[in-house]
Design a binder for this molecule. Structure first.
Ligand code: KIV
Ligand code: ZN
Length: 389
């Protein structure tokens, strides 16, 4: 059996930090129900101290989750934040407090004005306080991707000793290359005492378009929780996309020695739901859930897919709940694709007759980006009219 990788969904917290994506409690509950249906392991439901609305969302999601998944609330390493999160999480059967602070030189110097030792002291205090309320405490080392590695090892070890059950290593600014990030995880596993008894989580951002690659490389190096969002929603260029991580692990599970328990057939539904609630459209060429993810436009590809789907598709669309492969008719389409679509519409032609239909099709296609069924019907009817005349 391969290692189970926990999927920690933060669509409702980091995803909501995407400009223009804010959601009310009712909307968050709709998404939370879908996340539960998909079998995510942890839902980060919000940042309870940030507003009464977020407090309510965390409490309500805690109520509906029951024992189906862990519900998590974010805090800074600040007493009041932790106390309020603990209060909001009282409804949850499996509550987790997610607390931490910045650990990179610029966070310590410019944002927090703390020495390394003071930061460790604050981390230990926060974890211990959180543990006085709940059994499950995740410590995040914000901007770990740019931290001094020796200091990162020290603060993570202190958090583990203080009682953290999960340690989160974020690449907050999306700065890392996959191999460097993977090496950080391997090094932590080698040097931090007690790390083998806790879950190593990774939380990566997409500023260089590397978020998924970083998360997968971290899994390869021993991480067993990935923090991600539906459609990769999140601060700036977004977070690791849940659907990408889940499908990459599914396709390469053996070499990664990893699996998730996500119901992948629900991925497309989740993507559409989040997009319609937040108003954040999904780019057409987005991996796994984009409108073009299973669409084929060039004649060579269409011919291949019509002969055998896996010539140009690595994923069966049904496995992610997408309608199916699509053949897009355009000026790049060949005879095979047109013949196939015509047959689906109920039209079959002898070869010489079909050639003139194909030429008429190309004339229409050169004037349009895509040729639709109505255009094909017109081509056929026009030909019938000319033949009868
Ligand atoms: O990106 C980040 O570092 C975060 C933390 C608060 C976990 O979102
Ligand atoms: Zn983040």
């Amino acid at each position: 059996m391969t290692r189970k990788i926990n999927i920690f969904d933060t669509t409702l917290r980091d995803g909501e930090q995407s400009p223009g994506a804010s959601m009310n409690t009712e909307e968050k509950l709709i998404i939370a129900r879908q996340l539960i249906r998909m079998n995510v392991d942890v839902i980060e439901a919000g940042f309870p101290i940030s507003s009464p609305g977020d407090f309510k969302s965390v409490a309500e999601i805690g109520r509906i989750a029951g024992d189906k998944c862990t519900v998590c609330g974010l805090t800074r390493a600040v007493d009041k934040d932790i106390e309020v999160a603990a209060e909001a999480l009282k409804t949850a059967k499996r509550p987790r407090i997610h607390t931490g602070l910045g650990v990179s030189p610029s966070h310590l110097r410019d944002k927090l004005h703390l020495t390394e030792d003071e930061a460790i002291e604050r981390a230990v205090h926060a974890v211990k306080l959180a543990r006085s309320f709940v059994d499950d405490v995740e410590f995040y080392a914000e901007d770990a991707g740019r931290a001094d590695q020796d200091f990162l090892c020290r603060i993570i070890e202190a958090a583990v000793k203080a009682g953290a059950t999960v340690v989160n290593i974020p690449d907050t600014t999306g700065y890392n290359m996959p191999w460097a990030f993977g090496a950080r995880i391997a090094d932590l596993r080698e040097r931090v005492d007690g790390i083998e008894d806790v879950t190593i989580s990774v939380h990566t951002h997409n500023d260089l378009g590397m978020a998924t690659a970083l998360a997968i490389e971290a899994v390869r190096n021993g991480a067993t929780q990935v923090e991600c969002t539906i459609n990769g929603l999140g601060e700036r260029a977004g977070n690791t996309a849940l659907e990408e991580v889940v499908m990459a692990i599914r396709m390469h599970g053996q070499e990664l020695d990893a699996h998730t328990d996500i119901v992948t057939q629900e991925l497309t539904r989740a993507s559409k739901l989040v997009s319609s609630i937040t108003g954040m459209t999904v780019q057409a060429n987005k991996a796994i859930v984009g409108a073009n993810a299973f669409a084929h436009s060039s004649g060579i590809h269409q011919d291949g897919v019509l002969k055998a789907r896996d010539t140009y598709e690595i994923i069966d669309p049904a496995d992610v709940g997408a309608g199916g492969s699509q053949i897009i008719l355009s000026a790049r389409s060949g005879h095979a694709a047109l013949r196939h679509r015509m047959a689906e519409l109920g039209y079959t032609f002898e070869d010489d007759e079909f050639e003139s239909i194909y030429q008429a099709f190309l004339e229409v296609a050169d004037k349009k980006k895509e040729v639709y069924d109505e255009d094909l019907e017109s081509i056929v009817h026009e030909r019938e009219r000319v033949t009868k005349a």
